[in-house]
Design a protein. Structure first.
Length: 220
């Protein structure tokens, strides 16, 4: 397994799982159940924010907000999932997501553990995640980000700086629905799972969510 891969204990995932069930049931006469299978997908998109600096160390008014899909191993057999990968499809040739704090795009996940797969980022004047320090961005890109922020015309960059931001999603083609990004989760000798993400850079609170009906199913 590549060094530097970010692994999260399942106790955290299960804790979020329980809270999500409670929250989903509030104000509703039905009981909502989070879908669980070989791949457990956290119903909360994890987010981190870094303040942006220029190459010469100057502070800007921008923040790089990065979003992650959290995938855990809750397989029935209790075995390690080998070569887990998240592949994004929908707007260009499919590509594998990078894993948090790593250039790798596959990881072995022990039963009860999970991994963070990069979805993409928004660079804006707002903090949208847990503050985690600073990053350096080249001057010409900072200028473009500042112009888009001032014009309230933000875009969501799919991928990460390491894989050169594969493509960007700006204003969705139709309102109020955002862009739909398909995530295919797979591992060796396992049936894959598909989830759909809704991306809308105009949403200044939750620009990345699961598409309607993706994560919750109703019990009669």
């Amino acid at each position: 397994m590549a060094s530097g891969i970010f692994i999260v204990c399942c106790a955290i995932v299960i804790g979020v799982f329980g809270l999500s069930i409670i929250a989903a049931g509030e104000g509703s006469p039905k009981t909502s159940v989070i879908e669980v299978g070989t791949f457990y997908v956290d119903p909360n998109i994890y987010r981190e924010a870094h303040s942006v600096k220029t190459p010469d160390g100057r502070e800007t008014n921008l923040y790089e907000n990065t979003f992650y899909l959290v995938v855990a191993n809750l397989s029935d057999d209790g075995k390690t999932l080998r070569k887990v990968q998240v592949e994004y499809r929908g707007y260009e040739a499919p590509f594998a997501a990078e894993i948090k704090d790593s250039s790798a795009n596959t990881v072995d996940i022990k039963h009860g553990n999970g991994a963070f797969f990069v979805i993409g980022r928004i660079v804006s004047s707002k903090i949208l995640g847990m503050f985690k320090g600073s990053v350096t961005i080249e001057d010409k890109r900072i200028k473009a980000f500042e112009q888009r922020d001032a014009a309230d015309a933000l875009s969501f960059n799919i991928g990460s700086p390491e894989n050169k931001d594969r493509f960007a999603l700006g204003s969705p083609p139709s309102s109020p629905t955002g862009w739909i990004l398909i995530a295919v989760i797979s591992a060796e000798d396992k049936k894959s799972r598909v989830v759909k993400l809704n991306i809308d850079a105009r949403d200044k609170t939750n620009p990345v969510t699961f598409a309607k009906g993706e994560m919750v199913k109703e019990k009669s």
